[in-house]
Design a protein around this ligand. Structure first.
Ligand SMILES: [Zn+2]
Length: 482
């Protein structure tokens, strides 16, 4: 990219953001118990510093200069568009509103945690009501077409609307319950495996999918996540539970996110084109490794010998192991869900969020509506709010409109697979032979390298001209589960 004032400013903003990311990563992993307060001050100081730089008139001038000099289709023009989007989103909210909301949220996380622990929705109800009221106000500041909820969807994937989501989710709502109903119970399998052994195993599997360990670390935390601390510093965390091998798939999932970031072209390193990636495309990459590869027959035919020593149930064959990996049972908790039920958990949250933002339900009605929808879509009775509407952190965090990106990522990951098969018709053989680098290289060229130099829409249509479309996803699930 050509040197411009905007490029310099973009690099400075990214540098500050990466310092903030280091502080947050440390807070989630290694910080001592009593050290959170000052860390909070450090992070919020950086946030306001970044906000003031991001909304400075100098940025606006630099954007206009670049837009007048570089035409559509150039990286310089796209950089200006990306910075402009962030500038617009940041300047639409009054500073006093941002401060008030961030105070509300930082207190809310603790109140939500306590309400969940005590299994008591009333404890969180008032705070949740305040968050919702502020978020409704936020939609008005941003502006929207058709429904306020669209203003929130747009935050997580540029241009996303309920009109583009609904046809996709309608098909999932029809097809998934039929698949779930057709499943048979599966023989249980037990393991004896320490945390240290899981660390070694997951790192070996991550090397197998092509992770560059010279620019990567895996640590542990309460909830797995991935983050980028700099253009050559990609981190994931995993949750290791003794005698449980779930860390294999959370490792592949977070590793898939990290591989995406590792694959961004060096040309965009440390600029806004090396970040601001669409959550839908991001999630498609984590699901690709976790579900399409990590739940496949071929992957386990190649890797079964790595887990076999930890199985304590006698005489388990690779076929039985794969069936166990893909066992299906409707349950209460989204993050523990199997492949077929997962999207229904997401759709329930999506429907509730729409009811909230079209004023069709009040805060106090959320638990009742939640329980009703769990019965309707998954056939399960929700015994209490801790296993119900208080299970996720997202609403306490003010992140409304985030959930749908998970399922849209699932849908897109199968479209990516179809496109890959055009290039390599022997996909199954490639996975069985353990030559996953071939797949990783293709993903890097087709998706990762672009960073956000292409819009989410451009990336999606470069893979499938029909845009987001669940046909490939549903036929993949049918082939696997019927
Ligand atoms: Zn993810």
């Amino acid at each position: 990219m050509q040197d411009t004032r905007l490029l310099t400013l973009s690099k400075e903003l990214q540098l500050l953001g990466s310092v903030q990311a280091v502080l947050s990563w440390d807070q989630e992993t290694y910080i001592p118990n009593k050290s959170h307060a000052y860390r909070g001050d450090q992070i919020s100081y950086l946030s306001s510093l970044i906000h003031s730089k991001q909304t400075h008139t100098e940025i606006k001038q630099a954007i206009e200069t670049v837009l007048s000099q570089f035409s559509l289709g150039t990286n310089e023009n796209r950089l200006a568009r990306v910075v402009e989007r962030n500038y617009d989103l940041a300047t639409k909210l009054p500073v006093s509103f941002v401060e008030k909301k961030s105070k509300l949220i930082s207190g809310a996380l603790e109140i939500w945690g306590e309400a969940r622990k005590q299994n008591n929705f009333t404890l969180f109800e008032q705070t949740l009501g305040q968050i919702i009221e502020m978020t409704k106000q936020e939609c008005e500041y941003y502006g929207y077409q058709k429904t306020p909820y669209n203003a929130l969807l747009n935050l997580y994937s540029e241009g996303l609307t309920t009109d583009s989501i609904n046809p996709n989710f309608d098909i999932l709502k029809t097809e998934l319950p039929k698949l779930i109903e057709s499943q048979q119970p599966v023989k249980d399998i037990h393991f004896k495996i320490s945390v240290a052994q899981q660390q070694v195993l997951t790192e070996r599997l991550l090397k197998g999918i092509g992770m560059n360990f010279e620019q990567f670390r895996q640590d542990s935390s309460r909830h797995p996540f991935s983050t980028t601390l700099g253009p050559h510093d990609h981190r994931v965390t995993n949750k290791f539970t003794v005698d449980d091998i779930g860390s294999i798939w959370s490792g592949l999932h977070e590793g898939g996110h990290a591989m995406y970031e590792q694959g961004i072209s060096g040309e965009f390193a440390g600029t806004d084109l090396g970040s601001n990636l669409s959550l839908i495309v991001h999630e498609s990459q984590s699901r690709f490794w976790e579900k399409i590869i990590g739940f496949s027959d071929e992957y386990w035919q190649a890797n079964f010998e790595l887990v076999q020593p930890f199985i304590t149930t006698p005489n388990i064959t690779v076929e039985q192991f794969i069936k166990w990996v893909r066992r299906v049972k409707p349950g209460l908790i989204r993050i523990e869900s199997d492949e077929l039920c997962y999207d229904l958990h997401v759709i329930i949250r999506y429907e509730i969020e729409q009811l909230i933002f079209t004023n069709q339900i009040t805060v106090s009605e959320i638990p009742e509506v939640w329980n009703h929808l769990y019965k309707k879509y998954l056939g399960v009775d929700v015994p209490d709010v801790a296993n119900g509407c208080l299970q996720d952190i997202h609403w306490a965090h003010g992140s409304f409109g985030y959930f749908p990106t998970y399922s849209l990522g699932n849908i897109f990951s199968s479209q990516v697979l179809e496109a890959y098969k055009q290039f390599d018709s022997e996909f199954d053989t490639t996975v069985r032979s353990g030559n996953l680098g071939k797949i990783a290289d293709w993903l890097k060229t087709k998706i990762h390298s672009h960073g956000s130099s292409l819009t989410p829409e451009q990336i999606i249509t470069s893979i499938d001209q029909n845009r987001l479309n669940p046909a490939a996803y549903i036929s993949r699930l049918k082939a696997r589960y019927l």
